[in-house]
Design a protein around this ligand. Structure first.
Ligand code: GLC
Length: 801
């Protein structure tokens, strides 16, 4: 008789109901079915001798939820208020249904949970109409069907459209089947594989090289809610310092200090807004972290202070490798405190990175994280508030790290095979905790290249060493949207491309698109062409200024979107799969680079070489940003897409708060809030949010929240009373009506108010191109509304037409 190499769960031997769900004993393993909340069921499968152990991703605990268990002859049925789980007894298999019996997801009938040696796999039936999205920082198209991906954090220099794996592992995807979206989070940090029907027509499966089967099945009514549930499990992005939402200029590397000041001055003199400049590895002495190269930066404290006076923050790079050098303070302290990762024979692991031979702190040890935070004390003395963690996959010359090296793993001990994918997460955590320890009352900014599920709790993520081509620019757009679907709203790419030289048009287009990226940073590699706007000539400079200006004027809108992301994990760059998951057109290759920036702006990322582009407008009403031309959705159009006009459309019904132009987020705008209303058939709510942008006082209700409501049928726009104690900076409101048919009079709080016509310039026109302005007939304005004390009125404001 032939022996099966593949082992499955086998039959049910017994089961027991408990507070959080049920425990099943099967032939080959024990299964805990844990109801986390109405929408999340956790399946944890341990073979003999296995234990669940510590999860670096998870922050939630199961909350007692009502559920029922029904024991039938051939199956057990567990019901939560949202999900029905059927467990077959003869060969244990799991199937998930909606309450009305629609199948959402089911195990393959022969395999379900299986093992091949230590490799654990869950085989799901690949359904005929099923689509797959998410999985975070991954290349290729937005629908992952027919593709397979590996999660193993990798320094992927100059990656391209097919490269896999990259720097970050977030083993969470969303499937859409029978018109129902569901999420699966496979919390196993080992090297994992996700196969969505690649090389077979039978399964969508996920497997881990080792460790237990531990997955969370999420079902809810919308993709937005599924993302929110995933964030409930793995954490939300905290409120960020407002300056990190501004434009950021980076270079490998700016030095000496006079060069940094020169760049800063150029931005200010040329009136190109900017908030952050970066120091890459050359600011250090021989690339040794926590040191300064004294001849290049004799007085970093003074330089940083001067930059801050100009409204510019400085962010420095920090790599994990600590140079092996007896006279180096950090090395000595590391040895003394026994912080480095070791071989099983107790000798330190050594590998080459920028500084030469290095040891590596074991950030999976709480004591080492504290040591790292303590080391950061020095850098705060010079005034830093922003940190950039790089090479934390970890990356070493020679690429491979021996599997046997050992990590503390919160006292549980793990080999590199288990600790690798969480190393970057734990470094970012140690850095973030360092900022909390030393900056105390101020929010800091941390950027990371590597991460695992939960990274959003500590850092923004950028997509590493991309290449300067049109295709790679569009790839970045898709990756950032996918990261948004995977709980990481604060993400971006190296604008202009890290590797290679962008030409003028590519640079212009990339900067225009990135003005609508959550994290907005231009960066390029050593020995490539300069990457500052003016180095691409006058036309580029003017175009880029326009788009950066627009981003700064949109700051009230963007800040509110960041707030929403911190509360609900709703991404800032929103894949169209969130709002239009069942519209087949949005998955088509020609349209998959379109996304929503916040709730209102449809950004169609098109190549710099495309002077005409096919664009799909999804359901709804849309206005071409620059001229207010109106389009009905669910249609495709051919648009002229000259280099100075990125195709952007505003959704009908939108409410968009804007402010006057500033050169940085540190500069105060005027006290008028411009609110743009776009007519549409559907009602719309915008939650306006404001706070001081720097402190944690918002936790003590020092914020100003006001719901803004557009009601199409009642022909009204309402601003609800303020919630919170913060006094808004804004005193006046100008209300702009786009696409409305209005009488001469509009009622504001039941009093008549005249409307004006305004030749409103949405973006400052550039001299030698077509001016970009609204058609005077479509944009109407009400100015200086009587509710001047916008900040402090506790009454609602009602505008009717
Ligand atoms: C890595 C980073 C890149 C950085 C360089 C030098 O390649 O991804 O952003 O500029 O190292 O530090």
């Amino acid at each position: 008789m032939s022996r099966n190499l593949n082992e499955t769960l086998g039959k049910l031997l017994s089961f027991e109901e408990n507070k959080h769900g049920i425990q099943l004993k099967a032939d080959n393993a024990t299964v805990e079915v844990i109801v986390y909340n109405d929408a999340i069921i956790n399946i944890q499968v341990c073979k003999d001798g296995q234990e669940a152990g510590h999860s670096y991703a998870l922050v939630a605990e199961a909350i007692p939820t009502s559920f029922s268990v029904e024991n039938k002859r051939d199956k057990i049925i567990l019901k939560t208020p949202k999900i029905v789980l059927e467990i077959l007894k003869k060969q244990i298999r799991f199937s998930f249904f909606t309450l009305d019996g629609t199948l959402i997801n089911e195990d393959d009938k022969s395999f379900g949970c299986s093992w091949l040696g230590t490799e654990a796999t869950v085989y799901k039936k690949l359904q005929a109409d099923e689509k797959f999205i998410g999985l975070g920082e991954k290349t290729r198209g937005i629908n992952r069907r027919g593709q397979a991906y590996v999660n193993w954090n990798t320094d992927s220099f100059a990656y391209r459209g097919e490269t896999d794996p990259l720097y970050v592992s977030t083993p969470f995807y969303i499937g859409i089947h029978n018109d129902q979206p569901y999420g699966i989070f496979f919390d196993n940090p080992h090297k994992t594989t996700f196969n969505f029907g690649a090389g077979n027509d039978r399964f969508a499966y996920f497997s881990a090289e080792d460790g237990i089967i531990n997955y969370y099945f999420i079902y809810d009514t919308s993709i937005a809610k599924i993302i929110q549930n995933y964030a409930q499990l793995t954490g939300f992005m905290p409120m960020q310092p407002k300056w990190s939402l501004g434009f950021q200029q980076c270079r490998y590397s700016y030095y000496p200090d006079t060069e940094v000041m020169n760049i800063a001055q150029n931005f200010r003199e040329r009136k190109i807004p900017i908030d952050v400049l970066y120091l890459d590895i050359h600011y250090m002495d021989a690339y040794k972290v926590f040191t300064w190269n004294k001849s290049r930066f004799p007085n970093p404290q003074k330089m940083l202070a001067n930059l801050k006076k100009m409204g510019i923050q400085t962010v420095v790079i920090m790599d994990p490798g600590i140079k092996v050098e007896e006279s180096y303070k950090t090395y000595k302290s590391g040895m003394k405190n026994d912080v480095f990762v070791k071989y099983p024979d107790d000798s330190c692991f050594t590998a080459g990175v920028w500084p030469g031979d290095c040891h590596f702190p074991d950030y999976t040890n709480p004591k080492v994280r504290k040591w790292w935070s303590d080391q950061m004390k020095e850098v705060f003395k010079v005034g830093l508030e922003g940190f950039w963690n790089d090479m934390n996959e970890p990356a070493v010359w020679g690429k491979e790290i021996p599997a046997l090296i050992e990590f503390d793993y919160e006292g549980e001990k793990a080999s590199h095979k288990k600790a690798h994918n969480v190393y970057g997460l734990q470094m970012a955590r140690a850095t973030f905790e360092g900022t909390q320890q030393h900056l105390k009352k101020k929010r800091a900014f941390v950027l990371t290249r590597s991460g695992y599920s939960g990274i959003q709790r500590y850092a923004a993520v950028w997509t590493g060493d991309n290449v300067a081509t049109d295709d790679d620019m569009l790839l970045g757009v898709r990756m950032v949207c996918s990261m948004g679907l995977t709980g990481m709203p604060f993400a971006g790419y190296d604008v202009g491309g890290f590797v290679g030289d962008a030409d003028k048009n590519l640079y212009i287009r990339w900067m225009s698109i990135a003005s609508f990226a959550p994290f907005f940073r231009s960066h390029s590699m050593i020995n490539t062409r300069s990457g500052e706007p003016w180095t691409f000539g006058e036309e580029a400079e003017e175009n880029v200024r326009n788009y950066i200006n627009l981003r700064y004027r949109l700051m009230p809108y963007i800040y509110s979107a960041f707030y929403e992301a911190s509360q609900t994990a709703m991404p800032i760059a929103r894949s169209l799969t969130i709002d239009y998951p069942l519209d087949g057109n949005i998955y088509r290759g020609e349209f998959e680079n379109e996304y929503l920036f916040g709730p209102s702006f449809l950004v169609c990322a098109v190549k710099s070489t495309a002077m005409f582009s096919k664009i799909y407008l999804p359901k709804g009403e849309w206005y071409y940003l620059y001229k207010d031309n109106f389009y009905e959705g669910e249609q495709e159009f051919l648009f002229e897409t000259p280099i100075d006009k990125l195709p952007i459309f505003v959704k009908g019904g939108s409410i968009i708060p804007m402010q006057s132009l500033t050169q940085s987020t540190a500069e105060k705008p005027t006290n008028t809030l411009d609110i743009h209303l776009y007519w549409g058939q559907n009602d719309h709510v915008f939650e306006y949010y404001e706070d001081d942008g720097t402190s944690f006082e918002f936790k003590k209700e020092q914020y100003c929240k006001r719901a803004m409501l557009f009601n199409s049928e009642e022909k009204s726009f309402t601003i609800e009373p303020k919630i919170g104690k913060y006094k808004s900076h804004f005193k006046k409101i100008k209300l702009y009506f786009h696409g409305f048919t209005l009488d001469k009079n509009v009622k504001v709080n039941s009093r008549n108010k005249k409307i004006k016509q305004e030749n409103f310039e949405f973006i400052v026109p550039i001299s030698h191109f077509d001016p970009w302005y609204q058609d005077p007939d479509t944009s109407k304005l009400i100015e200086d509304l009587p509710f001047v004390e916008f900040a402090n009125t506790n009454e609602s404001v009602q505008v009717e037409w």
